[in-house]
Structures are given as C-alpha cells and as structure tokens.
Write a protein that binds this ligand. Structure first.
Ligand SMILES: Cc1cc2nc3c(=O)[nH]c(=O)nc-3n(C[C@H](O)[C@H](O)[C@H](O)COP(=O)(O)O)c2cc1C
Ligand SMILES: Nc1ncnc2c1ncn2[C@@H]1O[C@H](COP(=O)(O)OP(=O)(O)O)[C@@H](O)[C@H]1O
Length: 311
C-alpha cells in the first residue's frame, strides 16, 4: 500500500481513482461499510485504485484544541487498518489553518481532482468539509457534474447500528471495552514500549508490563480488564489481567498506565519491548485499597475471572 504524506507526494501519472475522505479514527464498522462501497464503485467504474484521504492532526486539534477528542488510532495504526479494509493508497493531509481555510471547491479542485484524478468520491451521508464545514454531499454532486466525477453518499443506517468514533470514545470512557469492540469489529488496543515501574509487581506475585498512555490517546476508563498482550517483536500473544490507572492504593504521583499481568507466567523479560494490549472485557473498577494484602486478595479473583473470560 502507498502512503502519501503530502499532496506533492502523489505521483503525477496516477490514473483515475475512487476517493473516500474522512478522519477514519478507529476505522470502525461504519468506516468499513463506506470503504466497501468505495471498492464496489471502483469495480463498477472499472477503476483500479481506491484512495483514502485522511487528516493528521485531527482537524479539531487545530481548530478547537480544547475540544479535540482523544485519538483512537495513531496515523500508523490507521494506515494498517485502512489497508486491511481494502484501501490501495492513503493521502495524509497535514491539517493546518491554511487547509482549514480552503473553500469546499478549493479542496475539491486541489485534492480530489488535481492530485487524485477522482472518478468517484464515496463518503458517509453526513460528511462535511471545507472552510466552516460548508461542503456536504450535495456540494460534491454539483462539483462532480462539471469535473467528471460521480459522488456516492453512503447512508449511515446501512448496518444494524450507526457506528461512530464518538460512540467508541464514549464506550471507552465508561470502561465498556466490549461495546467498543463491537463497534470496531475487533478489540480496542493500546500500543507502546514497556517501561519500568515501581518494582512492586513481582513482590506482590503479579509482575506487570507497564505501558504509558499518551495524554492525547483514548484509553479505557481506569479499571481492571481481561485481554491479550502481544509482543510485536516476536508476535507471541498471551492472556492477561490488565489494570488501567495510577495505582491509587499506593498514592504515588504518576501518570496513567496500562499494566498487564500475563497469566501464570513469571519468566518474561519485557522491558523495552514494543507490545500491543487488546481489551476484551471489563472485570471491575479501580479501587483504592487500605493495604497491599487486600489488593492481592482481589487480584487473585481478577486473575481467575480473566482466565474464564479468555478461555
Ligand atoms: C489485575 C490487576 C488489578 C489491579 N487492581 C488494582 C486496584 O484495584 N487498585 C490499585 O491501586 N492498583 C491495582 N492494580 C495495579 C497494581 O497496584 C500494580 O500493578 C502494582 O502496584 C505493581 O506496580 P508496578 O508495575 O509499578 O510495580 C492492579 C493490577 C492488576 C494486574
Ligand atoms: N507474567 C508477567 N507479566 C508481565 N510482566 C512480566 C511477567 N513475568 C515477568 N515479567 C517482567 O517483569 C516486569 C514487571 O515486573 P514488576 O515487578 O511489576 O516491575 P515494574 O514495576 O518495573 O513493572 C515486566 O516488565 C516484565 O519484564
């Protein structure tokens, strides 16, 4: 798959394409539905290449930083998932104030027609674009009439439910990782490099691989979950009981982390290893215990329940 980080990176000899546009954050089932329509449109028109146009950073992070939603997928993860959803190429538009000021027609002429030679544009029916979000599906339909591209506005109620990135974020904010997984069509995951913690885990009988959560990234609410830890260096996948939070029992001033105890193992060496943690189900909320003994008692139970969930 091709990734173009700038409009100037798009090869000049690119043939006609079918273009889908959006933030695609999460690449959830709603996105997959629109991308399936894009592929079907390409087949119908005899066009080979489906291009996804996406924005980085998220437009809200530029336009209203205080209201920017937490990110579900980094641009790298998004590219990987878009490829799996059948996209041939991705144009990542570096979103800034200048691009935000482009009128819908300017966006159409410079990106869709000028760079991508769109034969069709396929977007969700509620898609908005251009300065002040003035552009909509009808704007594309009108512009396409004189610029020789077709527009497909995909109805959002094509599936059993209207999925959205906002819905996924809401699920995560309440710890409903099973709901998030349903909307994504796969488990929600966090990626990162394992860092050192307070070295208390081994002492407690439950060593945990700790991954920091960048403040801009979405993560499940503080709590305890069952899931899987995958080493990205070897591809090995392990069942895990996972804690998200700041370890309130120990009162330390620290940032939120994802801490995974790999069930029934004490021999792993994970410091510095790149891992992916997948959240399957919520076990309970985070508790500030009176002492370490009470926490360990409860962790025995968490591990037992995690084993059941993952069996
Ligand atoms: C299954 C599981 C459940 C946990 N539940 C809690 C909890 O309810 N309250 C809490 O303060 N810490 C909880 N923790 C986090 C532990 O406090 C933390 O793993 C331990 O202090 C070791 O930290 P370290 O990796 O920095 O050494 C939990 C950890 C795991 C693996
Ligand atoms: N079953 C396991 N699950 C997670 N990490 C393990 C496990 N067994 C050994 N480890 C190793 O132990 C480390 C965690 O031990 P811990 O005492 O919690 O230290 P820290 O406070 O630095 O996280 C992990 O980073 C990993 O290298």
């Amino acid at each position: 798959m091709q990734i173009w980080r700038d409009v100037d990176d798009v090869p000049a000899d690119l043939g006609r394409t079918v273009v889908s546009i959006g933030n695609f954050d999460g690449v959830h089932l709603g996105h997959a539905h629109v991308l399936r329509e894009a592929r079907a449109t390409a087949t119908r028109l005899g066009i080979d290449t489906v291009v996804a146009v996406t924005f980085d950073p998220h437009p809200m992070a530029v336009l209203r930083p205080d209201h920017a939603p937490p990110t579900l997928t980094s641009i790298h993860t998004r590219a990987r998932l878009l490829e799996a959803a059948g996209v041939d190429a991705i144009l990542v538009v570096g979103f800034d104030r200048e691009i935000a000021s482009w009128s819908p027609e300017e966006f159409i002429d410079r990106i869709l027609v000028g760079a991508l030679h769109a034969g069709a544009v396929v977007v969700g029916a509620n898609f908005r674009f251009g300065a002040k979000a003035a552009g909509e599906v009808a704007t594309l339909v009108d512009a396409g009439a004189t610029r020789d591209f077709e527009t497909v506005g995909v109805p959002l109620d094509g599936g059993p439910q209207v999925w959205s990135s906002t819905y996924v974020r809401q699920c995560l904010a309440t710890g409903d990782v099973a709901g998030a997984a349903e909307a994504l069509g796969r488990a929600f995951t966090v990626r990162g490099t394992v860092v050192e913690g307070d070295k208390r885990g081994r002492e407690m009988g439950y060593p945990t691989a700790n991954v920091p959560i960048p403040p801009v990234d979405a993560a499940p609410a503080d709590g305890v979950y069952a899931g899987w830890l995958t080493r990205l260096d070897t591809g090995e996948r392990f069942p895990a009981a996972i804690s998200v939070g700041t370890n309130p029992t120990f009162d330390g001033e620290r940032d939120r982390r994802v801490e995974s105890y790999v069930l029934d193992r004490d021999d792993l060496e994970l410091y510095g290893v790149e891992v992916e943690v997948a959240f399957v189900d919520r076990l309970r909320g985070m508790v500030k215990f009176e002492g370490m003994e009470a926490l360990i008692e409860t962790m025995h139970d968490d591990v037992r329940r995690a084993r059941q969930v993952l069996a």
